[in-house]
Design a protein around this ligand. Structure first.
Ligand SMILES: C[S@@+](CC[C@H](N)C(=O)[O-])C[C@H]1O[C@@H](n2cnc3c(N)ncnc32)[C@H](O)[C@@H]1O
Length: 388
């Protein structure tokens, strides 16, 4: 595919997304009926699509319309490229620009320039202070790809050397002792024997740092209550070498856990709701709770535009119910490790402070924020200890 045709494909996919379908689904459908598209074409089209979604507001402004075509024109302008050079009407390119489209709008300002939803600005400013602008600007860029070296199989340096031998370049990432930041060849990492033999697992650097910061005592009974795909549980299992119990309200979210655990040589035991009580109490319950995902907007940019006040309020209630449930599963003197990939105070400090205020036998031992300005996603960790 020519660069022009890739942009035209991205515009068509963006139209599907703007009509309400998840971008991933529209991309998959496009790839199925576009057998002519090679892997480089698919990767580039995908990048155009998600780059445009990250900048949905500012790209629509710069492109003059919130349509697939408008977003692509705006994205090219944001990249400092001239859309006229790509909208040629030749081959599979988008049709040439109209007179109206040729008029370059003034640079966007305020929340439009930062791609921040208006209703969230006050909360974000309150939570981020002086970092509001640089963080929001950072969220307009693609996230880097990190892997976690599985220290139960070898050192980070050994994992790095194995990746290099398979033409995947990486650098140690200071945020976590296990993290490697991938460079050239990153997209091939899943095809390497290093990955397939469990030496590395794809995981954001801040997510690794959070898992590293959780205190783990030898022999502790550990439950990951919101296990999802098992990212945190696998990281903890690699540290301790011991069995970790995993649970999720949606068992389907855990479907990859057995395969991932087998690859990593980890012992993860899935517990359903009935089995939780029979296996309690636990010394440590990881609660990587549902949240806005605002810390991970670079990776999941659709979440930023989908979120609204009602959803944010609902999530607060869900988290409160989770805390009320898990606090009964922890032994005296035990810990809840509360985590979010959110940057909002209301989902982080305010939520755990409210829990402790209503539950006097629980004390807040630690609150730690990980800013996207440190390189990984925005994350939050609180340690809540039950009185002995
Ligand atoms: C942020 S994700 C977890 C990500 C996962 N820990 C990881 O590292 O890959 C939150 C998870 O909480 C689960 N969840 C939502 N409500 C829950 C509840 N009431 N009880 C247990 N899990 C819940 C969701 O299904 C989702 O998988």
């Amino acid at each position: 595919m020519t660069p022009e045709a890739r942009l035209a494909a991205a515009a068509e996919i963006l139209d599907g997304y703007l009509a309400g379908a998840p971008a991933e689904k529209v991309l998959t459908n496009w790839a199925r009926r576009s057998r002519f598209a090679g892997s480089k074409d698919r990767a580039t089209v995908r990048d155009h699509v998600f780059d445009a979604i990250r900048r949905r507001r500012s790209a629509a402004w710069l492109g003059g319309a919130e349509t697939g075509r408008g977003l692509i024109i705006g994205l090219l302008r944001a990249r400092g490229q001239d859309p006229e050079a790509f909208l040629t009407g030749q081959g599979h390119a988008l049709s040439p620009m109209t007179e109206a489209e040729r008029v370059v709008p003034a640079a966007p300002a305020g929340n439009v320039a930062l791609d921040c939803p208006d209703w969230l600005e006050a909360d974000m400013r309150d939570s981020l202070g002086d970092d509001f602008r640089p963080v929001m600007e950072g969220m307009q860029e693609r996230a880097e790809i990190f892997v976690r070296a599985n220290l139960s199989l070898g050192t980070r340096e050994q994992a790095q050397a194995r990746l290099a031998a398979e033409d995947v370049q990486s650098e140690p990432e200071p945020l976590a002792g296990t993290a490697l930041r991938l460079g050239q060849g990153a997209r091939r990492v899943r095809n390497t024997s290093c990955f397939q033999e469990g030496w590395v697992e794809i995981q954001d650097a801040a997510s690794q740092a959070v898992a590293e910061a959780v205190p783990l005592q030898p022999g502790a009974r550990v439950l990951d209550f919101c296990a999802g795909g098992g990212g945190k549980a696998l990281a903890l299992a690699a540290r301790s070498g011991e069995r970790i119990f995993v649970h999720d309200a949606d068992p389907g979210r855990m479907r990859d856990i057995p395969e991932r655990a087998a690859r990593a040589g980890a012992r993860l035991e899935i517990l359903d709701g009935m089995q939780l009580g029979r296996n309690a109490p636990f010394d440590l319950v990881i609660s990587d709770v549902p949240c806005s995902g605002s810390g991970a907007w670079r990776r999941q940019p659709e979440a930023k535009w989908r979120l609204d006040r009602a959803a944010l309020d609902h999530l607060q209630t869900v988290r409160q119910e989770i805390l009320d449930r898990v606090c009964r599963l922890v032994c005296p003197g035990g810990l809840i490790a509360y985590m979010t990939c959110s940057m909002l105070r209301s989902e982080n400090e305010a939520q755990v402070e409210a829990f402790c205020a209503g539950n006097p036998e629980w004390n807040l031992e630690l609150c730690q924020r990980f800013s996207p300005l440190q390189g990984g996603d925005g994350f939050f960790l609180a340690l809540l200890r039950r009185n002995a």
